[in-house]
Design a protein around this ligand. Structure first.
Ligand code: NAP
Ligand code: G4F
Length: 323
C-alpha cells in the first residue's frame, strides 16, 4: 500500500528536502500551504507535478482538521513555524501562535481524526539556550533565550504530553542548526555565502554581521530530514537529538566561506551592533548518540563540505542572475 505523508511547512528549507526524500521512497506526498498574494513555491517548483498542495493555516483549527480528514495521512511532519529567532522578539505573540499553539492545533486534529497517524514535531536546539551542559542530549534541561525558543519548548512538551495522554505515536526531533543552498537568506550561513558570492562578482563590497563569537553545531539539511523519517519508522515513539557533535564560530564560518572564494574576509566584513540579539545563545553542540544507536543515523556532510557546497551554489546562482 502506498504510504501518504502530510508535510506542514513544505515550502520551507526542510519541507523541500523532506518532500524530495519521501517521494524517492515511493510516498504520496501532500503539503499544507498558507494563502499568500504571491506564491512561495520556489524551493519545491521542481517537485510540483509530484506533490498535492492544500491550503490551510496553523492559525486555523478547522482548516487543519478538514485537511487531515481529506488526506488521511499515515505520517504528519509538522515543520511549519515562525522560525527566524530575531523576528520572535519583534512578533512574540505571533511566534507563540504559530510555533507553540500551532503544534497543539496539529496534534488536536490528528487526535480527532485518527490517533494512529504518526506525528513528527520539529523541535529545536534553541530550547537548550543558555546551555546547562556540553554537549547537549535528550535530557539536558532547557533554558530558552528567545520567544522562539520558549515557543519551541511548549511545542516539545505538548508533543510529549499527547504521546503520554493519548498513546499517540508523536515524536519530537530536537534538531541542531542545519543548512543548505535552500536556507533562507536571513540565517547567518546563507547570509554569508550569498554575501561572498555577491562580493566575489563585484555586486557588493561589505557584509554586515552581528555576533561573530557565537558557536553553532551546523549540519546539512539533506542529512537531517532522513532522521525525521527514521524516527517515525520505529516500533515506539520517542525524542531524539540530531546533531553533528562539532561546533564552529560564526567567525570560522566567515573565514572558510570567504577563503573558499579566494577572498580575505577582513576586508569585507563589518560588525553591526543592531544585529546583536537581546539575549544570545552563545554556544550549542549536540550529542546524537541516541539517534546513532537507535536510528542508525549519521551525518554525511561535514562543516567544511557544507560551507563549500553553499558558496558554490550561491556563486553559480548569482552569476546566472547577473547574466
Ligand atoms: P523555514 O524555511 O523558515 O520554513 C518554515 C515553513 O513554515 C514555511 O514553509 C512557511 O510557509 C511555513 N509557515 C509559517 N507559518 C505558517 C502558518 N501560519 N501556516 C502554515 N505554514 C506556515 O524553516 P526550516 O528551516 O525549513 O525549518 C523547519 C522547521 O524546523 C521549523 O519549525 C523550524 O523552527 C524547525 N527547526 C529548524 C532548524 C534549522 O536549523 N533549519 C533547526 C531546528 C528546528 P511560507 O513559505 O508561507 O512562509
Ligand atoms: O543563523 P541564525 O539566525 O540561526 P539560529 O538563531 O541559531 O536559529 C536557527 O537554528 C535553530 C536551531 O538551533 C532553529 F531552531 C531556528 O529556527 C533557526 O533555524 O544565527 C546563528 C548565530 C546566532 O548566534 C546569531 O547571533 O549567528 C549569529 N549571527 C551573527 N551575525 C547572525 C548574524 N545571525 C543572523 N541571522 N544574521 C547575522 O547577521
Amino acid at each position: 500500500m502506498t504510504r501518504r505523508a502530510l508535510i506542514t511547512g513544505i515550502t520551507g528549507q526542510d519541507g523541500a528536502y523532506l518532500a524530495e526524500f519521501l517521494l524517492g521512497r515511493g510516498y504520496e506526498v501532500h503539503g499544507m500551504v498558507r494563502r499568500a498574494s504571491t506564491a512561495t513555491f520556489e524551493r519545491i517548483n521542481h517537485l510540483r507535478d509530484r506533490l498535492t498542495l492544500h491550503q490551510a493555516d496553523l492559525l486555523d483549527q478547522l482548516s487543519i482538521v478538514n485537511l487531515i480528514r481529506e488526506v488521511r495521512p499515515h505520517e504528519v511532519y509538522n515543520l511549519a513555524a515562525q522560525s527566524f529567532v530575531p523576528t520572535s522578539w519583534l512578533q512574540p505573540l505571533l511566534t507563540g501562535e504559530f510555533t507553540a499553539l500551532g503544534v497543539t492545533r496539529m496534534l488536536e486534529a490528528v487526535r480527532l481524526v485518527d490517533r494512529d497517524i504518526r506525528f513528527y514535531q520539529a523541535s529545536s536546539s534553541e530550547m537548550f539556550g543558555k546551555v546547562r551542559e556540553e554537549p547537549q542530549h535528550e535530557s539536558t534541561p532547557f533554558w530558552p533565550r528567545s520567544p522562539y525558543g520558549v515557543a519551541k519548548v511548549y511545542g516539545h512538551w505538548i508533543t510529549v504530553n499527547y504521546r503520554e495522554s493519548y498513546e499517540m505515536f508523536a515524536c519530537s526531533g530536537i534538531l541542531f542548526n542545519h543548512e543548505s543552498p535552500l536556507r533562507g537568506k536571513e540565517f547567518v550561513t546563507r547570509k554569508v555565502t550569498d554575501g561572498v558570492a555577491r562580493i566575489k562578482l563585484g555586486l557588493q563590497q561589505k557584509l554586515k554581521l552581528g555576533n561573530l563569537d557565537a558557536m553553532r553545531d551546523w549540519g546539512f539539511a539533506g542529512d537531517y530530514v532522513k532522521a525525521m523519517w527514521t524516527m517515525l519508522q520505529q516500533e515506539a515513539p520517542d525524542d531524539y537529538v540530531v546533531a553533528t557533535g562539532q561546533k564552529h564560530s560564526v567567525r570560522q564560518l566567515v573565514e572558510l566561506a570567504f577563503g573558499h572564494a579566494g577572498l580575505d574576509w577582513r576586508q569585507h566584513v563589518e560588525t553591526d551592533p543592531a544585529l546583536f540579539r537581546p539575549a544570545e545563545v552563545n554556544t550549542l553542540r549536540g550529542d546524537a548518540a541516541k539517534a546513532r544507536k537507535v536510528l542508525g543515523w549519521r551525518p554525511e556532510v561535514d562543516f567544511a563540505g557544507l560551507v563549500r557546497m553553499m558558496v558554490d551554489a550561491d556563486l553559480e546562482r548569482v552569476r546566472r542572475e547577473a547574466g
